[in-house]
Design a protein around this ligand. Sequence first.
Ligand SMILES: NC(=O)c1ccc[n+]([C@@H]2O[C@H](COP(=O)([O-])OP(=O)(O)OC[C@H]3O[C@@H](n4cnc5c(N)ncnc54)[C@H](O)[C@@H]3O)[C@@H](O)[C@H]2O)c1
Length: 414
Amino acid sequence: MGLPLAQALAGAHSDVIAFDTDTARVEGLSAGMDRNEPEEGGFEVPASLSFTTEVSDLAAASVYIVTVPTPIDGDQRPDLRPLQAACGTIGGVISKGDLVIFESTVYPGVTEEVCGPLISEHSGLKAGTDFTLGYSPERINPGDTVHTFATMMKIVAGQDAQTLDRVAAIYDPVVPAGLHRATSIKVAEAAKVTENIQRDLNIALMNELALIFERIGVRTADVIDAAATKWNFQRFTPGLVGGHCIGVDPYYLISRAEALGYYPEVIRAARRLNSSMSQHVAQRAVQMLVHLGNGVAGRKVGVLGVTFKEDVTDFRNSQVPEIIRQLHDFGLAPVAHDPHADVDRFREEYGIELRSWEDLVGVDVLVLAVPHHAFLGRPRDELFALARRPGVIIDVRSALNPAEVPEGINYWSL
Ligand SMILES: NC(=O)c1ccc[n+]([C@@H]2O[C@H](COP(=O)([O-])OP(=O)(O)OC[C@H]3O[C@@H](n4cnc5c(N)ncnc54)[C@H](O)[C@@H]3O)[C@@H](O)[C@H]2O)c1
C-alpha cells in the first residue's frame, strides 16, 4: 500500500522518502522494479521520490505516513509488532512540530492509545503538543484498475481541527475523488474495519446460501443472477475469502470488542463460515471423484490459481494452499499452477512446488480455484483439455458456463 501512496504523493509534494526495512524490496524499487505488481520495463522513479533502508534518511521529514502490515498471530489476535517497530523508528527521528499519519488497518484506538504513546516514549516528545497524530485508512483494492488511489474518496482524520487541516492538505492534491473528514481518528479507524467486516459478512451470507442451495440442487450463480434483477439486491458471490484485509481485519475488532466485554456473534460466525470454505471445496472434489469410481488414492488433481484472489500476485492468507493440503491428506496427488505467484516465495511460505500449465494435463479433477484472466482468456478447449474423461471440474467462483462443459466431465461450482 505504501508504494502507490508514495508514488502519488511524489507527484504533488517535492520530497518523498520511502523507507522500508526489507533491503531487497528497497533495492528493487530503487531500480523501478515492483515485485508485487511487476510491469514490463518497470516503473519510472521520479526525482521527488527516493527509497531507503536508512533510518537516518527519515530525519529530514516533517510528515510521517505509516503503511506497515497489521497481521494477526496464530491465535487470531492483532499482531501490532510491525506498527510498534515503526513507531520506535519514528520516535528516533521525529522533531517538534512533526505530524504522523497512520494508514494501516487497526481497531479503533490504536493510533492514539498505542502509537502516540510509543512515539512519545522513544522521542521524549508529547503527542498532541510536540507532535500530532492523523489517520487515513488505505482503500486500495489490489488488481483493480477502476477503483484506484486517485479515483476513490479518501477518509482523513486528525487529533484536532488544525491537524485535520494539515492531513487534508497533504492528500487533497493527490486524491481528485475528494476527501471525507471523519469526526475523529477513532471514527476513521472504525470506518475502515467496518468496510471490510461488511464485505466479510456479505460473502459469508452467500457462502451459507451456496451450502443450502447445493443441498436443494440449484446453482447459486443462477439464483444470484435472478435475484440481482431486484433493484435493491446487492450482488455478492460465494467464494474463498483470503488475503490480509477481509480475512484479517474482523479479528482486530473482535479482539477489541472482547477486551471490552462484548463477544461478537455475527462477525465471528461469518469468519468461521468463510474460513471453512477451503475444506468444503476439498471435500466436494473427493466426493465427486468417489462418484466416478475407481477409488481416490493417488488420483491427480490440478489446481489452477493459488493467490488470494484473481489477477494478483499476493498469496498471503490464500485458502488455496489449505485446499491443496487437504487434498493431499485425502491421499490425492494435487498439482498446482499459477502464472502470477512467485514460485520460490510460494515454496518458502507453503512448502508447495508450483508447476507449469502442461503439468496439469490429464488430471482426474481440475479445480479452478482462482479464475485469473490468464486462465479465462485461453480458449475454453485448452482449459477443458486439462481434465481427463471421465473427470471432474470444480469451478469455485462459478467462472465457467456449465453449458460449455464437454461430455464426460462432472461439473460443480460453489
Ligand atoms: N494490501 C491491501 O489490499 C490493503 C488494502 C487496504 C488496506 N491495507 C492495509 O494497509 C497496511 C499495509 O498493507 P500492505 O499489504 O501494504 O502490507 P505489506 O505486508 O505489503 O507490507 C508493507 C511493507 O512494510 C514493510 N515493513 C514491515 N515492517 C516495517 C517497519 N517496522 N518499518 C518499515 N517498513 C516495514 C514491509 O517490508 C513491506 O514492504 C495493512 O494494515 C493493511 O491491512 C492493505
